[in-house]
Write a protein that binds this ligand. Structure first.
Ligand code: SF4
Length: 299
């Protein structure tokens, strides 16, 4: 039986009536898993800049970050529309008044049609939720949570430092706001089987509005890189990853927006899997496997 899924592009056209580009920006400068609030050292796969590999440093004024991000996209045309994507670290942790001021600058920018804020489910207390609610009244707001896996053993292995029930409570709380909730899932985490990854997909599919599926990248300088060099685990082969993606898409509810089918790690720091460095080739081969499985994006 064939299956269709809603891509990010299709979703944006539906919501904004046009193609929308994402600008990777920075506001937060740390996360509770690095500053000692819940842990030190961070998640084992996370790069030094808090997984904001393409975002400008948070010290730069927002307008400068926006102009730089537009240049990186190569977009010189007038009339283009953007989502301000605050990707680095934890976007609702730390000085909320300062963060809100930066988000408001983005909201006020005439070319920015919506905001996307990446955070952790354990950083959504009363004040953070109130801030998100205020922002959501101004422009469409997406909140992105890095769950990666539902399996507690893996969560310990990757030093995520919160449990699954915290994610579930956060998703329920966010549902009360008028926002689009996106969950990040990583395939290929150490110790996980194909079945484990599909269990995560099935669970997340029942909780979320959108999903980002990502291949585990081993990045130089991370704890994961040390573990990989010791031979503690193997990374996924290309064909394995494509088949997991196909099987995951088959079990996701039709309403879930698929924002990403693979990651975008910084190539210069990628230790493994090296086959993933050629994104164009990866997408071509993945689309071939998806077509063989009769899986198509909604246009
Ligand atoms: S992935 Fe997010 S929560 Fe984990 S260390 Fe990086 S910034 Fe912190």
């Amino acid at each position: 039986m064939s299956k269709e899924y809603i891509s990010a592009n299709a979703y944006c056209r539906r919501i904004f009536g046009c193609k929308v580009y994402k600008l990777s920006l920075s506001a937060a400068t740390t996360c509770p898993n690095r500053d000692g609030t819940v842990g030190f050292g961070g998640c084992v796969f996370c790069s030094a800049d808090g997984s904001g590999d393409f975002a400008a440093p948070a010290v730069l004024p927002l307008n400068k970050q926006i102009e730089d991000a537009k240049k990186r996209l190569g977009n010189k045309g007038e009339g283009l529309r953007y989502i301000a994507y605050f990707q680095s670290f934890t976007g609702t942790h730390g000085d909320l008044a300062h963060l809100e001021q930066i988000y408001l600058q983005a909201v006020e920018h005439p070319e920015i049609v919506g905001l996307s804020i990446a955070t952790r489910p354990d950083c959504l207390g009363e004040n953070a939720i109130a801030m998100l609610e205020r922002l959501s009244r101004l422009k469409p707001l997406w909140v992105e949570l890095g769950l990666q896996t539902i399996h507690e053993e893996t969560a310990k292995r990757i030093n995520r430092c919160y449990s699954l029930d915290v994610y579930k409570r956060a998703m329920d709380e966010l549902k009360k706001l008028n926002i689009h909730r996106i969950t990040h899932v990583i395939f290929g985490l150490p110790g996980e089987s194909h079945q484990d990854m599909l269990e995560t997909t099935a669970y997340v599919g029942q909780c979320t509005d959108g999903i980002k599926l990502q291949l585990l990248h081993v990045i130089e300088g991370t704890a994961l890189a040390e573990s990989y060099r010791r031979g503690d685990f193997e990374v996924l082969k290309a064909d394995e990853y494509y088949q997991i993606i196909a099987d995951a898409l088959k079990i996701l509810p039709d309403s879930v927006v698929v924002h990403r089918l693979t990651g975008d790690g910084a190539k210069k720091d990628l230790l493994a899997p090296l086959w993933s460095a050629d994104k164009k080739k990866v997408l071509n081969n993945m689309n071939r496997v998806l077509r063989l499985n009769e899986i198509y994006p909604v246009l």
